[in-house]
Design a protein around this ligand. Sequence first.
Ligand code: NAD
Length: 525
Amino acid sequence: MSADVEFAVSRIASVNPATGEVLGELDSAGPTEVRAAVARARATQPEWNAWGIRNRIEVLRRFQQILLAGKTDVARRITLEAGKPLVEALLTEVLVVLDAARFLIDNAFAILREQTLAHGNLVMKTKSGRVLQEPYGVVGIISPWNYPFSIPATETMAALVAGNAVVLKPSELTPLIALALQSLLREAGVPNDIFQVLPGEGATGAALVASEIDKLIFTGSVATGRRIAQIAAERLLPVVLELGGKDPMLVLEDADIDVASSGAVWGAFMNAGQTCLSVERCYVHQRLYADFLDACSEKARKLRVGNGMDEATEIGPMVHERQVRVVESHVEDALRRGARVLAGGARLRELGPMFFAPTVLADVDHSMRVMSKDEETFGPVLPIASFRDDAEVVRLANDSSYGLAASVWTRDQSRGEWMARQIDAGTVMVNDAVSCFSISEAPHGGVKSSGLGRTHGRWGLEEMVRVKYVDSDRVPGMKKIWWFGYGAGFTPQMESFLDLLYARPLRQKLRAGVRSAGAMWRRKL
Ligand code: NAD
């Protein structure tokens, strides 16, 4: 049965998770709309590419200034649809996008410009090489609901500045903020067909994966990422997969308890724990364990939970009912297996069904789902275990199928950096958690089941281009010695030639000879 027949036209509703108010309803895009959008993008992309990178950078500059002027409005829209406190919408979404624009404005030209490739193969010295970085064409982006503005916007900006057209399928839970991004980019001068948002559920995403896109940037769960990778493999569609995390926090015995406990509470509970980089597992040296538990539970109990539109709110609602149930089941499972609740532990129903109390669990271990190798909790839960020595904590931290990020807490920075090298993760922070996402120069992405490829920084930009090597011979009238005409004696001649090229003393002499011949030749010219 074709995807078209299976697809039932559906409507999606955007709901304010704090109040349950329906903010808007939209038709999901079906396979026909997806194919049409990709075809429009493909038809217009060569013109966008021909604008040149400097003109596209100017569009980004305008976008950045329009966003800056409208920052409060954008932050309010994010909070309405995704629940997070207004200040988090401003700092973890709007600021991240403003800064990613700054990075691209300042660096995209230097990173993407055509480069001459110097090479050291003496046999090929008549050849000059150029490396071109060309846009893929149409980039599909599929994004989640937890950072509904910063994730699609940073990926979109990198794709656009490189000369691609973008078709974005945002999460079905947060389509309105994606449409706001579309309006801002169009106001800045991005042509309509160069950036298109297609609202819809998973089926719309599946239709985008099946369409004629040239590259896919997917951010979401491991389960969906795996399904997408299998489909992409069929036609060798290049993909970047930014998937889940189960980030460990390692509190070494010389850590400052007050600083590390504040870091743990923020890292586990900001955005109600719905961050791919959230602290999901906390390991504390046994000497600090009791004091650390006291500090975390006291700080967690003081957090103000409520509607993110209220400026006093520190923790907003969760976004997804399914995810609240996962959190409940992880807490129940931990308690059944012997964990202790030191703070929270249940929904705050008096505030509404989507509010879950910041929860601190003690005496947890890897037999519990909340600390398991391959399940994210993705909610406001901070499970804390103790460890005896460095070897044990490194083993525990690496005992996971995920490898997105981790953090090490110590007063000794060089020790922290040494520990960072022992941990299997795409990013390791020393004395901070989560916030590296706002360093636009830094690569973002995971190892193991946390994904493939990188977004952000030069690495994220390089994901948006194909590398083409142009190899050009400067002596067009010369036949190459390696062409046909091998004949008797050619093989031993070539053996001597290899010795000449690669036996070290001979090679040094030869290089010197080539250099002086080159200098003589240049003088003659
Ligand atoms: P999800 O996998 O359920 O959905 C992500 C997106 O994929 C949504 O837009 C969804 O509609 C779409 N989708 C669902 N099924 C699809 C299919 N078969 N084909 C194509 N698209 C499909 O994830 P989520 O619940 O929206 O997001 C939470 C997850 O995202 C967590 O696991 C979190 O750790 C992860 N995440 C990772 C990063 C990162 O940078 N590594 C960042 C944010 C979130």
